[in-house]
Design a protein around this ligand. Structure first.
Ligand SMILES: NC(=O)c1ccc[n+]([C@@H]2O[C@H](COP(=O)([O-])OP(=O)(O)OC[C@H]3O[C@@H](n4cnc5c(N)ncnc54)[C@H](OP(=O)(O)O)[C@@H]3O)[C@@H](O)[C@H]2O)c1
Length: 336
């Protein structure tokens, strides 16, 4: 089968290479899927360029996200049959509840999804949303549960009338925008680009703040809430933005700490949360259950993931280059 492969020790995008491997054979409890589309996350770029927190200990197929069609099943498989349309779970060993220590993430340390065929234990697949194409469904496994857990699982569940602040307009932020709107909340986005803010308004954001032209963007956000502050922050920036996110909070509000986009440097004092009875929650993607819940929300609310562009398999490197440029919104997809 055709695949892409990151050589062990890679440190630059150009080291991503086309390769061939034998087609996988499913074991007794495995499901073999013909992949039709894969999607990119910030993490995938970090892994290829050697900037991820864990190095690769083998030549690795990149990406955690995909959608495809079941072509064969092992003798013990009960959850799927050939012809079913499925997506993988980001963590292969986490069904529900608290995370186990060794969860096995796709794309590192496990081989990922940028390949013609992927064979995984039947527990590591879920049925894809009925209203989505393969390209659309492929965007869900990582960013979907991350956004869902930030809004709905940790701390106080986002409810109608709440205000959600999404930092940036990437994959996690745009799912958070769509899920928050479906829950009846108002959404403010921050972005490096006025044009992206305008596009986000088209997807339901009520306002946006350009953090390049407004370095004190938290003041603009507070003003947009009439001084009340927001109820939930989708914190994709990390240490470089966290202190300003704390400033944006209203009473009883929460920050979902998700990303590292602003780098590892910065200072934020949790003491600031105390007088607002506010809370800070680390997010680690999520369990299979936290992928199945947004899938239901997507079907009921007829949500379509926001996709910047679909690339053919031969142009996968261009897809990663677009991601590195920052000139995109939502998700970037590769047809397989
Ligand atoms: N903890 C978890 O479970 C989890 C799960 C998924 C992702 N993540 C992390 O969450 C972050 C977002 O992931 P993603 O896949 O959604 O990324 P992405 O799709 O690559 O989004 C990147 C976008 O974020 C914005 N951005 C860049 N630098 C920023 C900064 N300093 N402050 C605010 N926004 C900034 C830019 O949008 P604008 O041009 O509009 O500003 C950029 O286009 C990454 O750090 C990723 O590693 C964590």
């Amino acid at each position: 089968m055709k695949i892409y492969e990151i050589p062990k020790g890679a440190s630059a995008l150009d080291q991503l290479r086309r390769a061939e491997r034998p087609d996988p054979t499913p074991g007794p409890s495995d499901v073999l899927v013909r992949i039709r589309a894969a999607a990119l996350n910030y993490r995938d770029h970090a892994i290829i360029t050697g900037k991820y927190r864990y190095g690769l200990d083998h030549d690795t197929i990149p990406c955690s996200d995909a959608a495809g069609e079941v072509v064969a099943i092992g003798a013990n498989v009960t959850r799927f049959k050939p012809g079913d349309r499925v997506i993988p779970t980001f963590f292969q060993v986490w069904i529900d509840g608290a995370p186990p220590k060794n969860r096995g993430a796709l794309g590192s340390p496990l081989d990922g999804t940028l390949a013609e065929f992927v064979s995984l234990h039947e527990d590591g697949w879920v049925a894809m949303p009925k209203n989505l194409s393969f390209e659309e469904a492929a965007t869900l496994p990582c960013a979907g549960p991350t956004a869902w857990n930030a809004l709905m699982t940790v701390g106080t569940r986002v409810k109608p009338g709440d205000t959600v602040l999404c930092l940036g307009t990437g994959g996690v932020s745009m799912f958070a925008l769509q899920f928050a709107r479906a829950a009846g909340a108002r959404v403010i986005v921050t972005s490096s680009s006025d044009a992206k803010i305008e596009r986000a308004r088209g997807f339901g954001a009520s306002a946006g703040v350009n953090y390049k032209t407004h370095p004190d963007w938290e003041k603009e956000v507070i003003a947009l809430t009439g001084g009340r502050g927001v109820d939930c922050v989708i914190e994709n920036g990390g240490m470089g933005t966290l202190a300003r996110s704390f400033e944006c909070l209203g009473y009883g509000a929460k920050v979902a700490l998700i990303g590292v986009l602003s780098g590892p440097q910065g200072y934020a004092n949790p003491h600031d949360l105390m007088f607002k009875s506010a809370s800070l929650h680390g997010i680690g993607v999520g369990s299979r259950a936290s992928l199945e819940q947004p899938i239901q929300a997507i079907e009921v609310n007829k949500i379509k993931p926001i996709i910047e562009k679909v690339f053919p398999f031969d142009q996968a490197l261009d897809a990663f280059r677009l991601q590195a440029s920052g000139n995109f919104m939502g998700k970037i997809v590769i047809a397989v």
